[in-house]
Every structure is written in structure tokens, then in C-alpha cells.
Write a protein that binds this ligand. Structure first.
Ligand code: ZN
Length: 272
């Protein structure tokens, strides 16, 4: 599933395409949304917001389109009314005189008023967005009674704790912080908690700015120049089980929590 940085990159493309000109036409595949086609025609898009893995397209008339791509949804931005060859189902299209933003395969699409956004079953419960949050806010989440007794490995996938962190970011943040995934916030010293909060913010923003790379950027550049594939140089530990740690040469290990895989270095992230 795309994580916060990938959703924000997609939102940037959509925003650039549909904010520049008034909407000429909108298409909804779902019958219960069809009546909004007329209502949103000619409306300007004022912003495309992301909250974790959800996207909100805000129109000038107080309505917003909410979408969550789950596993299968994909955005495509094309020249106006040109469609890609694909077997996927078109679920939403926003056309203006220059561009079309097309959402394929997503099933989680709604049209909401500003009041409905505030009480939405998914949005209202989300934690702070990992691309917008400050380290001090992450720190107060880690120290809160609600979260301090949970294992980090489960906490860092919980969208109520931090919105937008998914499977690769979870492993990478914990490696960057040098903290074992099975520990809980209450097992850590204040200094370690501060490092962990900083790592969540730093790693997610680097991934957003640098095409999903969470590894050290200079190291990733060198590895790429030496012929390593993107799968090998992109991350510190994610997807690298059985390969040597870039910091200490120990072999990276893979484990599971609630059937979701995670990766760590047993030496850089020992429990001591
Ligand atoms: Zn290591």
C-alpha cells in the first residue's frame, strides 16, 4: 500500500493539474455520487490535502471529495480527456481544459461537507500526519497513556498514533532511531524517545522529498553508482533480510507482527 509520502506525491501531481483551471466536468462511477457531477461542474479546486493515506480535494463551494486508495487505487494525470490503456475501472475523473485527473480502482470515495469531514469515521480518529507533524508532537504521543505501553512495532502502523506511516516507513524509522521494534515507549529513556520522535519526522520527509529513499542519501547515491538496484539501495533495512547492515555488517533480520513483515538489525537495534 502506498504510504504517506507516496500519497502526498500523487496529491502534488493532482493538485498541479486541477487547481490551475476551473473544473469543466466531473465523472463519478458510483451511482450514489452521480448527482454531484452537476453540482461540482465549473467549480474551482482550492486545495488538495492529504491526511495520512487519505486525500481530500477541496472545492470552492464547500464540498470536498474524499478518497482512500487502500491497496488498489491509482491516480493518473493526463492531457484532458486522454485515457490510458488499462484493465482497471475508472472510478473518478476531474477534467479541465488542459488536464484530466483520473482515479482508478479505488472503492473508498465520498463527497463531504466541511462539517462531515470533522466527524468522518476515518478522518476524525487519525493521529497527526507524519509529513506535517513536529517532533515534539510525536514525543507527546509516545509518552501518552494511550500509547506508551504498546510495542513500537505495532504502534508505528497505528494510524491513530501517526497517520501516513506504513510498512516500509515503520522499519526504517526504528532503524534510523536505533531502537528495537519489540520495545515499548515506557522501556525507553527520554533521550531515546526524543531520537525516535525526530526519526519519524526526518525519515518520512526525506522519503517524500527524495523519491522514497530512506537510506542515507550519499550512501544510496554511491550504491547506485556501483550498480546496485533500487530495491537494494533504497532502504536501510526494509526488504533486506539476510543482507549485511550498511552500518555494522550484521545480517538484517525479518520478523512478523500481526502478519505484517518488519526488518531490523539485531546489533544496531539490540534491546540493551
Ligand atoms: Zn547494524
Amino acid at each position: 500500500m502506498p504510504e504517506g509520502p507516496e500519497i502526498r506525491k500523487a496529491a502534488d501531481k493532482v493538485e498541479k493539474a486541477i487547481c490551475a483551471y476551473p473544473t469543466e466536468e466531473i465523472y463519478f462511477a458510483f451511482p450514489h455520487l452521480k448527482h454531484y457531477q452537476e453540482e461540482l461542474k465549473g467549480c474551482e479546486v482550492i486545495a488538495v490535502e492529504t491526511r495520512g493515506k487519505a486525500m481530500l480535494i477541496h472545492f470552492e463551494n464547500e464540498l470536498s471529495i474524499y478518497s482512500h486508495n487502500q491497496l488498489y487505487g491509482r491516480w493518473q494525470v493526463r492531457a484532458a480527456y486522454s485515457y490510458p490503456k488499462t484493465g482497471r475501472q475508472l472510478r473518478l475523473a476531474i477534467h479541465n481544459q488542459k488536464k484530466s485527473a483520473l482515479l482508478y480502482s479505488a472503492s473508498d470515495i465520498e463527497v463531504l461537507t466541511r462539517e462531515e469531514i470533522a466527524t468522518h469515521h476515518f478522518l476524525a480518529k487519525l493521529g497527526p500526519d507524519v509529513l506535517a507533524v513536529k517532533p515534539a508532537q510525536v514525543l507527546s504521543q509516545l509518552k501518552s497513556d494511550k500509547f506508551r505501553r504498546r510495542q513500537l512495532v505495532s504502534l508505528y502502523l497505528d494510524q491513530h498514533f501517526l497517520a501516513g506511516v506504513g510498512n516500509y516507513l515503520r522499519s526504517e524509522i526504528l532503524f534510523v532511531a536505533g531502537i528495537n521494534p519489540r520495545l515499548r515507549p515506557l522501556d525507553l529513556e527520554d533521550e531515546q524517545l526524543a531520537v525516535l520522535a525526530e526519526a519519524a519526522v526526518f525519515t518520512s520527509r526525506q522519503s517524500y522529498r527524495h523519491n522514497g529513499i530512506t537510506n542515507d542519501l550519499e550512501l544510496a547515491r554511491q550504491l547506485k553508482a556501483e550498480g546496485y538496484t533500487r530495491g537494494q539501495y533504497r532502504h536501510w533495512v526494509f526488504g533486506r533480510d539476510g543482507r549485511p547492515c550498511y552500518e555494522c555488517d550484521s545480517l538484517i533480520e525479518k520478523d512478523y507482527a500481526s502478519s505484517r513483515r518488519f526488518y531490523y538489525c539485531p546489533v544496531c537495534q539490540s534491546c540493551d
